[in-house]
Ligand binder design. Structure first.
Ligand code: HEC
Length: 131
């Protein structure tokens, strides 16, 4: 083998070693990411099931804002009395149950599969705060 070939081979091995090392770093970064961020990445199943109680704003920002922030698909917007008023006339518990079970384009638990019933309640309270 010529020297050039050997150098090229060595360089190739070195480059793939660096690529592998970078992959590992990304994996580690994902594993140590806070639960909320893992959610955003869509890896909900990987998030711990017993994450403990979460604040309404945490749940909202992780799982609800995508639709309820701008009113995607007709979702009532956070803090929008016109959007929430008629729904709340049915009673808070009904609205809460609808969020747990899903309703129309609203997915069950707003896609937060590992949110407890109370986590969902806190997120709703956060969205209707001050109405
Ligand atoms: C994929 C978009 C989407 C996400 C994510 C989402 N929602 Fe919704 N949500 C909707 C839509 C659309 C509606 C209106 C459904 C209808 O009235 O047909 C809705 C309605 C609701 C309602 C009103 C139910 C009722 O009785 O009318 C509540 C409460 C609610 N969402 C809570 C949440 C919570 C809490 C989260 C986050 C944990 C969440 N949503 C995440 C789309 C979404």
């Amino acid at each position: 083998m010529k020297m050039k070939t050997i150098i090229a081979l060595l360089a190739g091995v070195f480059v793939s070693a660096v690529v592998v090392a970078q992959d590992n770093n990304e994996d580690i970064a994902k594993r140590i990411m806070p639960v909320g961020k893992v959610h955003v990445a869509g890896a909900q199943a990987a998030a711990a099931a017993d994450a403990g109680p979460r604040s309404g704003s945490d749940v909202y920002n992780a799982s609800c804002v995508a639709c309820h922030g701008a009113g995607v698909l007709g979702a009532p917007k956070k803090g929008d009395a016109a959007g929430w008023g008629p729904r709340l006339e049915a009673g808070f518990d009904t609205v809460w149950q609808n969020a747990l079970n899903g309703k129309g384009a609203m997915p069950p638990r707003g896609t937060c599969g590992n949110c407890s019933d109370d986590d969902i309640k806190a997120a709703i309270e956060f969205m209707i705060e001050g109405l």
